[in-house]
Design a protein around this ligand. Structure first.
Ligand code: FES
Length: 317
């Protein structure tokens, strides 16, 4: 989709908000809380550089998508430095790897830094559903805290707790203590920088798997190991288009499909963003991503990193 930048706002130090609208004023495709869109930045290569940004506005709004961009990394710097009000940008349709669970009694939200963005949309949705929630929001300082004014009222009601660590995580939220005793009926959602993701993952390891949800907006400090020594060749069959291709050791399914001219979508290519999520219909997958839960793994895989344990894998492509 081509969308116009209707406004750019200062949300916090180094964080800008971008409001995207249809150039002709039409409604936009619906999205659910937790969704993100890919935004194409520049012309590096045929497909450009795509970066995913979570939508933070109320999913009930049909006329705009709002993203928040931390000035970090080349693509996001380009948005800060080059994009102006009135420009158009190309985006994907919204995708959602981080949806709210239906029917949960209460929701515990944990956000770090720019990881607040999908959580803002969740809060709008949970308020509408009148479901109990608490947000713990970790940042370095009040100046670096986006949406502080919007959240102040909820903080006064005890539903939002700000944690400022001044740059020293040891002075911030004790994630292990917060997650030590899961309450029945509570679902946990977390999104933030690598340190918070690692802490939340470790601290929630004893929670029922289907009550824990997370979204990596950036890979952990180290990329997942290539595990080349574990790679075996296998065949990928495309159920719809009928292609039959071998994936050699050291090459991903995504790269192999590209090599054969099969259209694919990707963004991080490290197994963290979900852009390359693909359904499979036969075969046993060697899942190598850190983001899919057990239920998702039964039907889908991330083709930028996962491989097959079986000799053949049939994709719904
Ligand atoms: S491209 Fe990001 S998970 Fe595959």
């Amino acid at each position: 989709m081509q969308l116009r930048i209707r406004s750019i706002t200062y949300l916090a130090e180094d964080i800008n908000g971008y409001e995207l609208v249809d150039p002709n004023g039409h409604d936009l495709p619906r999205f659910a809380a937790g969704a993100h869109v890919g935004v194409r930045l520049g012309d590096a290569g045929r497909e450009g550089v795509w970066r995913d940004y979570s939508l933070w506005n109320d999913p009930a709004e049909r006329r705009r998508y709002c993203i928040a961009v931390l000035r970090e990394g080349e693509g996001s710097r380009r948005l800060h430095d080059e994009i102006r009000v009135g420009d158009t940008v190309e985006t994907t349709l919204p995708r959602n790897n981080f949806p709210l669970a239906e029917g949960a009694a209460r929701h515990l939200l944990l956000a770090g830094g720019i990881g607040i963005t999908p959580v803002m949309a969740m809060i709008a949705e949970l308020k509408r559903r009148r479901v109990e929630f608490t947000l713990h929001y970790c940042t370095r300082s009040p100046e670096k805290t986006a949406f502080r004014d919007e959240l102040d009222l909820l903080a006064a009601m005890g539903r939002v707790v700000f944690h400022y660590d001044g740059g020293d995580p040891a002075k911030g939220l004790d994630v292990a203590a917060l997650l030590r005793e899961p309450r029945p009926g509570t679902h946990l959602y977390y999104c933030g920088p690598a340190g918070l993701m690692a802490a939340a993952k470790a601290a929630s390891a004893h929670w029922p798997a289907d009550t824990v949800h997370c979204e990596y907006f950036k890979g952990p400090a180290a990329a997942p190991p290539a595990r080349l020594e574990d790679d075996r060749p296998f065949v990928v069959r495309l159920a719809k288009s009928g292609g039959n291709y071998e994936v050699p050791p050291g090459e991903t399914i995504l790269d192999m499909l590209r090599r054969h001219g099969v259209e694919t979508r990707s963004s991080c290519e490290l197994g963290y963003c979900g852009a390359c999520l693909t359904r499979y219909v036969e075969g046993e997958v060697d899942h190598r991503d850190p983001i899919l839960n057990e239920a998702a793994r039964k039907t889908h895989l991330l083709i930028c990193c996962s491989r097959a344990k079986s000799a053949e894998l049939v994709l719904d492509l």
